[in-house]
Ligand binder design. Sequence first.
Ligand SMILES: [Zn+2]
Length: 297
Amino acid sequence: MQLQNQRRPAWWLDARRRGAFEARAIAAFGLVLGLGGGLAVGLGMALVVLPMTAAGAGASGSANRFDAIIIDAGHGGKDEGAKGRGGLVEKDLVLDVSKRLARRLRKRGLEVHLTRSDDTFVPLEERTSRANDARGDLFISIHANASHSDQPRGIETYFVSLEASDAGARRIAEIENQALGQSGAAAVAADPFVALLGDMIATDHMDDSSAFAKLAQAELRDVGKVPSRGVKQAPFVVLMGVQMPAALIEIGFMSNSRDVGELLTDAYRDQISGALARAVFAFQKRYDARRGIAASH
Ligand SMILES: [Zn+2]
């Protein structure tokens, strides 16, 4: 296991504390060694995996009802995010919308964890480990977009993939991943092992993440004040690390005066949080139904 630890950045180890993940990581590592020619070593590792997988499956409690949501307000503290017209700063905007959403979800009896509840800097890896420790059933990261041009506007929802769905999506992920710091971001980009792990996690929750992203975007589109830019995919580090369905919402462009005009108002922030809450309730229904749990509402 020595070699495995050396291959993995410290933050990545930190973000992974649950048995199921460890078992699968070791399985993948065994596979990588096997493919590399050390088949005997690979098989040896695979044997270690079996009991851990069983323990991991029990600990993850897959039959549990949907009841815990992690809301991740992007940026914070020294990381201000995008700056918009009218003095609007992304870190403040997304914290406000996150709190509005949290209030709505708690009113319906859901357990809500915020990765930050004030203006503090929380590294991306800390966000993922907080989410995983809280054993959330859904992770929602809230951000606002920005462009060099003042023309682009609209609201879009992302779920994670290693390949961005288009150049714009890739650029957004690069911007949002900057909070990881230069060295961390470079390490992630350069490390095929991390890429493999990220891919495994993303695939694990891909269907659910995609389903939630579609529900969220449909509700946000129906608000009707800011145009819909659709559901997209990109390699967001904050989404790659979480062991639960996850989506990232860009609630409008800080660089567009019409979007900012809406984002500055209480009414629009309420409508966005209402739309996201409806998407969560719809997702909750689907999630519980798929596990044979009757709706509690
Ligand atoms: Zn952001």
